[in-house]
Design a protein. Structure first.
Length: 132
């Protein structure tokens, strides 16, 4: 996982994309110098160590396209990991992500707190949503 701000040109959004791969796969290795990493980027690595989406699988997998939304569970609750590898913002609804609209959803990676029924993910960014 690469979250560092030095010796690399990764934006904080791209660091979140890197970290979400560890949360999805369970593989978390980094060569980041933890004594020089910025606090908000260190927190991303802490989240990668803390969170694990179990039984992750693509929500919608189209031929010749990378999947961008994965569902599974986090601490027994429904969870969705989103990756936007495009150059444009993407808009999602809870229904598209197979999340119940009558229960709150919290975003943990950025963290944005409780999300509403519809939201946008920025280009080259990632989100981790958990149904409460």
């Amino acid at each position: 996982l690469m979250a560092r701000q030095d010796r690399a040109e990764h934006t904080i959004q791209e660091a979140r994309v890197s970290v979400i791969t560890g949360i999805l796969t369970g593989v978390c290795l980094t060569s980041d110098n933890l004594s020089t990493i910025a606090p908000e980027r260190f927190q991303l690595l802490e989240r990668a160590a803390k969170y694990r989406v179990k039984d992750a699988m693509p929500i919608d997998w189209k031929i010749k396209q990378w999947p961008m939304a994965f569902k599974g569970t986090l601490d027994g609750q429904p969870a969705v990991a989103l990756i936007n590898h495009t150059d444009a913002p993407l808009e999602y609804t809870f229904e598209q992500l197979e999340l119940a609209s009558d229960r709150p959803v919290e975003e943990l990676l950025q963290p944005l707190g409780i999300m509403k029924d519809k939201f946008t993910i920025a280009p080259h960014d990632a989100m981790l949503l958990v149904q409460k």
